[in-house]
Design a protein around this ligand. Structure first.
Ligand SMILES: Cc1ncc(COP(=O)(O)O)c(C=O)c1O
Length: 486
C-alpha cells in the first residue's frame, strides 16, 4: 500500500486548529459555532463548525495550494493513479466545465454523447465551443441510454479531425459503461484527449469486481462526484489528470476562474477523509457492498414482472459493462411507470430510490447499505409486484425515426437570445431555446438553437401522453416549450 495514504493532512490540520482553542477573528462569522443558530447547532453538531475554517496559517489555500491542501491533493492523485488531482467544492459540474474551458477555444468543437449531463452543455455555452454529438446505444427493454458504440466515435473523429477533445460518461446514471479503452485509443489516434465524466464512478478504482476506472481505461481526465459513491459530503468532487495531452496549469486556471474564493473546508476535509478511507479500506467496503447487492439481485430475480439490468444485457461495445452495485429495475412489466413505482415505494414502504424514469427505477446502494436494507427493498418490490388489475404501460414511441435537427444558431448564441413560451403543438419550425430530454432514454430530442421539427412535436406529444418524464424544459409537464423570439 502507498505509504502516506493513512494520513489525511487537511483533516488533521483542521482538527489541530480546532483543538488549539483558537481566538477566532476570521470568517466564517459563526466563530467555530459560538455564533451559529442554536437549532442548526443541535442538528449538525459542534464538530462541523469547529472545522469550518478559512485560509489561516497552516490551513493552506485551495486557489494557491502549497501546504496541507497540496499534500491532500497529491495523496488523492496517488490513490487514483493520476498525475495531478484537484479538490472541487461545486461538484463534478465545476470540474467538467473547467475541463471544457481548458480543452479548447471559442469556435472549437468537442465530440460528446448527445445525452451528456447538462453541466457539459453549460460548459460548452461558457466556453463558446460547439458540440459534435455521438449517439449512445440504448439498452433494449429497459430503454435507457448506455455508452457510445466505438464506430460512432471513430466516425465523429474522422469527420472532425480538428475537434479538441472527446468526452465519455463512465459509468452513467444507470451504471452502464461503454468501451472506454477503445474510446481512448480512438481519441488518442486522432490526437485528442479523452475527458471522462466519472460522476458515478469514483469507487471503481478500489475493487476488481467493478469495471475499471476511466483513468485506468486510458482517459486523460476524469471528474468524480466523490459525494455520490465515495462517502464524502454533497458537492465535494475530484478532478484528476493523467498524461500530457492536457495542460494541467490551464485546467487549474479554469478551475480558479469558476470556483468560489471561499471554498468550504468542511467539504474539502470530507474529500480528504473519504480518499483515505477508500485507499485503506475501499476493497473491504466494496466487497461488502457487492455481497449485499448480490443478495438483493438474487431476491429481485425471482419476482415476476420485473427485470434487473445485468450481464445478460451487455453487447460488448456501447453496452460494454455495468456497475454491479447499481441496481436498475425495469418495472413497466407490472403495469406501472418507474415514477409510480418510486412513489409507492417511498410513500408506502419508506424505501427511497435514487431516480425513476418511465420504465425503470434506479437504486443506489451506498457504502453503508446493510443486508437488512436490501431485504426491505426486495420485500417492498415483491409487494409492489403482487398488486393486481393494472393496465399495461403504453409503449413509448422511439425517437429513432426523428431526423437529426438543423442547428439554427449555436448553443452560446441561443443561450443569450431572447425567448418566449409557446404551446408545444405550435413550436414546429422555431428555434428551440431550451433542451428537452425524454426519460427514457434520456437523450435530448432538441437542444437550444436547434430547429423544432413536426416529427419532434409529434414525438413529444406522444411521449407526454405515454407518461414519459422530461428533463430540461422550464415547463416540466411540457405543455409549453420556450422558443427563441424574433
Ligand atoms: C452523469 C453525470 N455527470 C455529472 C453530474 C454532475 O455532478 P455533480 O452533481 O457532482 O455536480 C451528474 C449529477 O448527477 C451526473 O449524473
Amino acid at each position: 500500500m502507498d505509504c502516506g495514504q493513512e494520513r489525511a493532512p487537511l483533516l488533521e490540520a483542521l482538527l489541530e486548529y480546532a483543538r488549539s482553542s483558537p481566538c477566532r477573528f476570521h470568517v466564517p462569522g459563526h466563530g467555530g459555532g459560538r455564533g451559529a443558530p442554536e437549532d442548526l447547532l443541535d442538528v449538525i453538531g459542534r464538530g462541523v463548525f469547529d472545522i469550518d475554517a478559512t485560509e489561516l496559517p497552516g490551513l493552506d489555500d485551495l486557489n494557491s495550494p502549497a501546504g496541507v491542501i497540496a499534500r491532500a491533493q497529491e495523496l488523492a492523485a496517488r490513490a487514483f493513479g493520476a498525475g495531478r488531482s484537484f479538490f472541487l467544492v461545486n461538484g463534478t459540474t465545476q470540474g467538467l466545465q473547467a475541463l471544457i474551458l481548458a480543452a479548447g477555444r471559442p469556435g472549437g468543437r468537442v465530440i460528446l454523447p448527445r445525452n451528456s449531463h447538462r453541466s457539459v452543455i453549460g460548459g460548452l455555452v461558457l466556453a463558446g465551443l460547439d458540440p459534435v454529438f455521438v449517439t449512445p446505444a440504448v439498452v433494449p427493454g429497459f430503454n435507457f441510454a448506455a455508452g457510445v458504440p466505438s464506430g460512432e466515435i471513430a466516425r465523429a473523429a474522422g469527420e472532425h479531425p480538428d475537434a479538441c477533445a472527446v468526452l465519455c460518461v463512465h459509468p452513467n446514471y444507470y451504471g452502464a459503461v461503454g468501451d472506454t479503452q477503445k474510446a481512448s485509443a480512438l481519441a488518442h489516434a486522432a490526437g485528442m484527449p479523452l475527458l471522462a465524466d466519472e460522476a458515478h464512478g469514483c469507487h471503481l478504482y478500489f475493487h476488481q469486481g467493478y469495471p475499471a476506472g476511466a483513468l485506468q481505461a486510458g482517459a486523460d481526465a476524469a471528474v468524480q462526484s466523490m459525494h455520490k459513491t465515495g462517502g464524502s459530503l454533497t458537492q465535494s468532487s475530484l478532478l484528476h489528470l493523467r498524461g500530457s495531452l492536457l495542460d494541467g496549469d490551464r485546467v487549474f486556471s479554469a478551475l480558479k476562474l469558476m470556483q468560489t474564493s471561499s471554498p468550504s473546508y468542511v467539504l474539502m476535509a470530507s474529500l480528504d477523509a473519504a480518499r483515505r478511507r477508500m485507499a485503506l479500506n475501499g476493497r473491504d467496503l466494496l466487497e461488502r457492498l457487492l455481497q449485499a447487492v448480490g443478495k438483493l439481485r438474487d431476491d429481485l430475480a425471482v419476482i415476476r414482472g420485473i427485470e434487473v439490468f445485468g450481464p445478460d444485457h451487455l453487447d460488448g461495445d456501447g453496452i460494454f459493462d455495468y456497475d454491479p452495485s447499481r441496481v436498475v429495475v425495469r418495472v413497466s412489466g407490472l403495469g406501472l411507470t418507474g415514477r409510480q413505482a418510486a412513489d409507492w415505494l417511498g410513500r408506502r414502504r419508506g424505501v427511497y430510490v435514487e431516480m425513476a424514469d418511465r420504465d425503470n427505477i434506479v437504486l443506489v446502494p451506498g457504502l453503508g447499505v446493510t443486508r437488512e436494507d436490501c431485504r426491505r427493498a426486495a420485500l417492498a418490490l415483491k409487494d409492489l409486484a403482487a398488486g393486481e388489475g393494472r393496465k399495461p404501460v403504453p409503449d413509448l414511441p422511439g425517437p429513432a425515426d426523428i431526423p437529426p435537427p438543423r442547428v439554427l444558431m449555436n448553443l452560446r448564441e441561443a443561450w443569450f437570445a431572447a425567448s418566449r413560451p409557446v404551446r408545444v403543438e405550435e413550436a414546429a419550425g422555431e428555434a428551440c431555446a431550451e433542451w428537452v430530454a425524454v426519460y427514457p432514454p434520456g437523450i435530448p430530442v432538441v437542444l437550444p438553437g436547434e430547429e423544432v421539427t413536426p416529427e419532434m412535436v409529434n414525438y413529444l406529444i406522444r411521449a407526454r401522453e405515454a407518461g414519459a418524464g422530461f428533463q430540461g424544459p422550464s415547463d416540466p409537464a411540457l405543455k409549453f416549450l420556450r422558443i427563441i423570439s424574433g
